[in-house]
Design a protein around this ligand. Structure first.
Ligand SMILES: [Zn+2]
Length: 136
């Protein structure tokens, strides 16, 4: 049951130094009906590779008709995490954690935020290819 899973105590911050180079470290975290799970593995002294999945549901408000609707999430997310400033960091796929702690909660929140700005039409409006205003 989902409820049971969310009642588990999650590790929200992971020490950079504890991530192994040889064995991928699994993690699982959940908020607001979403689970964020995957593995962390060091690829170099200051770099950790995160391979993960975000699954669940999130509520959006349609930009067109204003109705709220549930979006089912099934997203593969691969990120490079660094505990030093990344030079020329213009990639959306790299995240800095300068205090040496990987903040799983922050990663999930920022990912959900970016999803919310991407998917902004409810299923009805998505299917509606006409340019007419929706009456409600
Ligand atoms: Zn809509």
């Amino acid at each position: 049951m989902l409820k049971e899973r969310f009642a588990k105590k999650y590790i929200v911050k992971i020490d950079f130094g504890k991530v192994s180079r040889t064995v991928a470290m699994p993690f699982e975290y959940g908020i607001d009906g979403c689970t964020f799970s995957g593995t962390l593995q060091k690829v170099s002294r200051n770099e950790v590779e995160l391979i993960s999945k975000i699954e669940g549901k999130t509520t959006h408000y349609c930009d067109r008709c204003g109705k709220s609707y549930d979006e089912t999430l099934d997203i593969e997310l691969k990120l490079q995490l660094s505990d030093i400033p990344i030079s020329g960091n213009d990639s959306l796929d790299s995240v800095e954690f300068l205090d040496g702690m990987i903040d799983i909660d922050e990663l999930l929140h920022s990912e959900l935020e970016s999803i919310k700005t991407t998917y902004n039409y409810c299923p009805e409006c998505k299917d509606d290819n006409s340019t007419l205003e929706v009456e409600y």
